[in-house]
Design a binder for this molecule. Structure first.
Ligand code: NAD
Ligand code: WQD
Length: 354
């Protein structure tokens, strides 16, 4: 790849995409973002520029399933590689609207593959998910654990992986890395960027942050009768800045081997809901009120990564611990109480010490 590769980032306005843009801009990449703002806001680009000290080269508001619009993007730039984040990601919603999930996530990926191939672009980093492992038989989960998706969202990610593997089997010019993230949380340490989903968040960390800032009265803990030490669900939380850095390494390693290769992105450590509640309380300086409710349908007791493959392939490990994940998520929430589109908040004073 050239010294300053040009990378198309689909879904670059979203949570993980925006943090990855900062990481890539800081390392000399030229970026083209394609996003339809289904779950994000164009406000994020000023924040990206402020955090990175450089701007994204071009931004296109487009649905990636719109092949004409996507082709125009590839016609206007000499693209070296693609990082493909754009997808719908809410598990619960996917059970209510399965066709939309398959259409967006699978249809978006096949449209992208067509346009890439039409323009001679064959290098892709794909956002996959630990959810494809489903109800784990044994943890930690290595990449060789069987895929047993239990909802349409997870199934859509597994279908995309299978499509990508098929394309790579038949088209040796393709180089694809599929990164299976466990539970990305936290925020950029400046407080400029963070997780700001549209509507009610479904994930634990943004819910905790909204309780801490007073937007919700209490956290609902979904079940304390799991077969875990404190009875609450255990997950492998990973700082979004580590996830962003792993994407830079993935781009660096894409040329190494053709074909499709899969890596888990997790820390390898499990944290229960109540442990995260306590850690967040420490970060924000007050206990988080919560009530124990019924289990959330479809939840599994434990999901923890075996993260050794990426460590041995790239010599890379996540650097941030749980305290940093909570501190940074809280800083973002505190500085942006209503998110990117709310009142200016305190984000302008991003160097405020909390
Ligand atoms: P996000 O919703 O914040 O970001 C996704 C972005 O893609 C949004 O900006 C959205 O507007 C955009 N988008 C969606 N469909 C689009 C389309 N058809 N055309 C153009 N843009 C579209 O989500 P995120 O948390 O940043 O997740 C990024 C990727 O990582 C997704 O593929 C998700 O499935 C995957 N993933 C996320 C997690 C997690 O916990 N956040 C875990 C595992 C995998
Ligand atoms: C974590 C734990 C909940 C909210 C999902 C997707 C996965 C990946 C990450 C995309 C669980 C509990 C949650 C709340 C709670 N995303 N919880 N109260 O379900 O592990 O994973 O996001 O790929 O695919 O499935 O993440 O943050 O929703 O839940 O008690 O208000 O917190 O039951 O044990 P999950 P989560």
């Amino acid at each position: 790849m050239p010294a300053s590769p040009t990378v198309v980032v689909t879904g670059g306005a979203g949570f993980i995409g925006s943090h990855t843009c900062v990481e890539l801009l800081g390392n000399g990449y030229e970026l083209i973002v394609v996003d339809d703002y289904l779950n994000s806001s164009p406000e994020v680009f000023a924040r990206i520029e402020k955090a990175a000290g450089r701007a994204v080269g071009a931004v296109y508001r487009a649905d990636i399933r719109d092949r004409r619009a996507l082709s125009r993007v590839f016609e206007q730039h000499r693209v070296d590689a693609v990082v493909h984040f754009a997808a719908r990601k809410a598990v619960g919603e996917s059970t209510r609207r399965p066709a939309e999930y398959y259409d967006n996530n699978v249809g978006g990926t096949t449209a992208l593959l067509h346009v890439m191939a039409d323009h001679g672009v064959h290098r892709l980093v794909f956002s996959s998910s630990c959810s494809i492992y489903g109800d784990a038989v044994a943890v930690p989960l290595s990449e060789d654990a069987p895929a047993r998706p239990t909802n349409p969202y997870a199934a859509s990610k597994w279908m995309c992986e299978q499509i990508l593997a098929d394309v790579c089997r038949r088209r040796p010019e393709f180089h694809v890395l599929s990164l299976r993230y466990f539970n990305p949380v936290g925020a950029h340490p400046s407080g400029l960027l963070g997780d700001d989903p549209h509507g009610q968040p479904a994930n634990l960390m943004p819910c905790l942050a909204q309780v801490a800032i007073g937007r919700r009265a209490r956290l609902r803990v979904y079940g304390d009768d799991y077969p875990t030490p404190d009875g609450t669900g255990i997950r492998d939380y990973i700082h979004v800045m580590d996830v962003a850095q792993a994407h830079r390494l993935a781009l660096e390693h894409l040329p190494d081997r053709s074909g499709m290769h899969v890596f888990n992105l997790g820390t390898g450590s499990g944290v229960s809901v109540l442990e995260l509640v306590a850690a967040f309380g420490d970060a924000c300086g007050r206990p988080i009120p919560y009530s124990v409710e019924a289990r959330r349908p479809g939840d599994v007791p434990v999901l923890v990564a075996d993260a050794r493959r990426v460590a041995s392939a790239w010599g890379w490990r996540p650097r941030h611990g749980l305290a940093a994940m909570c501190r940074d998520a809280w800083r973002f929430q505190y500085l942006n109480p209503m998110g990117y589109d709310g009142p200016a908040g305190l984000a302008a004073a991003a160097d405020v010490r909390l």
